[in-house]
Design a protein around this ligand. Structure first.
Ligand code: TMP
Length: 385
């Protein structure tokens, strides 16, 4: 049944140059299954369109480095193995970190431009989607891996069954698989509606994952929660007949309930978050204040279009990613500029669409704040720093 609907929306990461056309719009509507508690988008956009001009680069920030550190210590507590395959390895930031800690690393990612960056840094990266065919060819070139990691990639996958089956090709009986997903319960409780966009075809609960794995050769043996990206869980999988005991965290997460009522409360919270930011920006702009955006994340596209902001309201959005700078935000054509623009232009307000890096953003903008720039965090509730 439908539980959340933002209508027709542009593709969130479709940042296009002034001479390029944007890829268009598609419905952004979430359907929920009360039986297995899985939520999925009603429409899946062709991956060829969605990822052909992919500008999302894993941000290298204090927050992310701290997360990488936590992942390393988790993995070294779980396995003595030293080889890692990362599915959706992006430009290889995590692989680089793991390699520097003595791991034998390999990546697989569909974005040609990002694979080239990773390979140029000697981080072996296969270019392609993870499926039976690429899993087999990766295994025949590099052997099986002690650990397979898929961070924030499972929710991008439409053919889950093939994804899970392909894991058998690249693992051995003692391998572990770490699947990190945005945690649906955190998203629902905090009204993080801007993490709903066309690339995220599913919103995962542990019950839904457990149901999916029932007929497979894998099972979840442990779940670890992380604050990254507004709340995420790492589901650790092992082969079904492995000797590993199932940690008590699994039963605890299986008890967390998501119902149609949870989605309806989330929907109301999301509308409040949209209305609050809309009102705030409209009032400030009508009083002559300048407002800009901070962080051209996919979330910024969703938030800005849900609020129907224009480029006269949000003058520009800053972002540290070179691939995004001097491009236009989908749906509104708000320009993306470098982060130095904050100090050059000294706007009155910078709306932080990368709210998931709140503490880091506040800390690194002390100078701008001392010069009068106020930072606005729209999630979980409007906050001005
Ligand atoms: P993400 O939340 O999807 O990782 O996207 C965060 C975006 O925000 C990414 O494009 C990088 C950008 N960013 C900045 O521009 N400045 C910052 O200080 C941080 C932490 C992120």
């Amino acid at each position: 049944m439908p539980v959340f609907d933002l209508g027709l929306q542009p593709l969130a990461n479709d940042f296009a140059g002034p001479d390029e056309a944007h890829s268009g719009y598609a419905p952004l509507r979430v359907m929920f299954c009360p039986r297995c508690t899985l939520a999925q988008l009603s429409v899946v956009v062709d991956p060829e369109i969605l990822y052909r001009r992919y500008s999302y680069v894993t941000s290298i920030s204090e927050t992310m480095l701290d997360h990488f550190q936590k992942l390393m210590s988790l993995l070294s507590g779980e396995t003595t193995g030293t080889s890692v395959l990362e599915i959706g390895s992006n430009d290889g930031r995590l692989l680089q970190y793991m390699q520097s800690h003595g791991m034998r690393v390999c990546g697989i990612d569909p974005a040609q431009n990002l694979c080239e960056i990773a390979n140029s840094m000697n981080l072996r990266t296969v270019c392609g989607h993870f499926n039976k065919e690429t899993a087999r060819s990766t295994q025949s070139c590099f052997g099986s891996f002690d650990c397979v990691l898929a961070r924030h990639v499972f929710c991008h996958v439409d053919n889950w069954r093939e994804f899970i089956e392909s894991l058998s090709e690249v693992t051995h009986p003692d391998s572990i698989v770490g699947i990190e997903v945005p945690y649906c319960v955190d998203m629902l409780n905090r009204g993080e509606f801007d993490t709903i966009y066309h690339e995220h075809t599913s919103y995962m609960t542990v019950q839904a994952m457990d149901a999916l794995l029932k007929g497979s050769s894998f099972r979840i043996y442990k779940i670890v929660r992380f604050p990254i990206h507004g709340g995420a869980i790492m589901m650790l999988l092992c082969h079904r007949d492995s000797q590993r005991s199932t940690d008590e965290s699994v039963a605890a997460y299986l008890k967390e309930q998501v119902t149609t009522q949870t989605w309806s409360e989330f929907s109301a919270l999301a509308r409040t978050n949209i209305e609050e930011l809309k009102k705030f920006v409209s009032e400030k702009v009508s009083l002559g204040s300048t407002v800009v955006g901070f962080g051209a994340s996919a979330k910024s596209t969703v938030f800005i279009n849900a609020c129907r902001f224009t480029r006269t309201q949000i003058r520009f959005i800053t972002d540290t990613t070179p691939q995004k700078q001097w491009k236009l935000s989908p749906g509104t054509d708000i320009p993306i500029v470098d982060e130095g623009a904050i100090l050059r232009e000294l706007p009155d307000y910078a709306v932080c669409f990368a709210w998931n890096f709140r503490d880091e953003i506040v800390a690194k903008n002390t100078l701008a704040r001392s010069k009068g720039v106020r930072f606005v965090f729209p999630i979980p509730r409007l906050e001005i720093v």
